[in-house]
Design a protein around this ligand. Structure first.
Ligand SMILES: [Zn+2]
Length: 241
């Protein structure tokens, strides 16, 4: 069975909210206009979603954020349902805050944060979260976002050949990044930068082929999976590949 479109879902949810008295008729218009950071009010495609994110990053880098949808009336309107424009799979690093660096607001991005932005091997919690956003919320874009100086990737480089074990579950996490390090060894350039990039590429490829939710939608062009890198020093997000 086909999933309802983003617009029909929104309209349906809004109608339900109106019917239940949660939303006053006057609010329907503004909610319908909320199509993620997009202001179009129509279903957003992967290309539009990416453009919105990158233009938001430009505002952030320039120090001219619009800081949209962060007022109390925004929370209230979104309480009944969410319509994020993108899934961001980013590192848990405190300096990589997607809502801030893409200059978006409440309800705009569905963020899955895990140290090292690992996907492959990360298990049901990470993959299931991403699949939920795609299958249930009809999000058109997934971005795997690595960043410069990533500590999780540094640890994987440091311990690539080590026989020692890191404490607790840290060892298991770092193990997930070691394939990216292994594939970066012997490649010209900085090993850390190369491994960070390779780790993003591995995540993107994994998600593109992930059955049964993602792969068919990627093949049909309904969903795009992209990789990007965030530079801690400049605040700039650059696409990978
Ligand atoms: Zn990191």
């Amino acid at each position: 069975m086909d999933n309802p479109s983003r617009m029909s879902r929104r309209e349906f949810t809004t109608l339900c909210a109106v019917g239940s008295g949660l939303v006053r008729p006057a609010q329907v218009f503004s909610l319908a206009q909320k199509s993620a950071p997009g202001k179009s009010g129509s279903p957003i495609n992967p290309e539009q979603a990416l453009r919105e994110l990158l233009s938001g990053n430009e505002r952030f880098v320039k120090g001219q954020p619009a800081s949209p949808r962060r007022a109390p009336e925004d929370f209230r309107e979104l309480a009944a349902a969410q319509y994020p424009e993108a899934v961001i799979v980013s590192c848990a690093d405190s300096r990589v805050a997607p809502e801030i660096l893409f200059d978006v607001g409440v309800g705009d991005v569905f963020v899955v944060r895990v140290a090292g932005n690992v996907v492959e091997g990360a298990g049901a919690t990470v993959k299931g979260s991403i699949e939920y956003a795609i299958a249930e919320l009809n999000v058109p874009l997934i971005m795997v976002l690595g960043h410069s100086g990533c500590g999780a990737v540094k640890a994987a480089i440091k311990h690539i050949d080590a026989k020692d074990s890191l404490p607790g579950a840290i060892n298991g996490l770092v193990e997930l990044i070691k394939p990216a390090v292994a594939q970066s060894q012997g490649v010209p350039g900085d090993i850390l930068e190369n491994a960070i990039r390779k780790n993003v590429e591995i995540g993107v490829e994994r998600l593109k082929g992930l059955q049964p939710v993602l792969a068919p939608r990627v093949k049909d062009g309904k969903v795009n999976v992209v990789g990007a890198l965030y530079d801690l020093r400049t605040g700039t997000v650059k696409m990978v590949g």
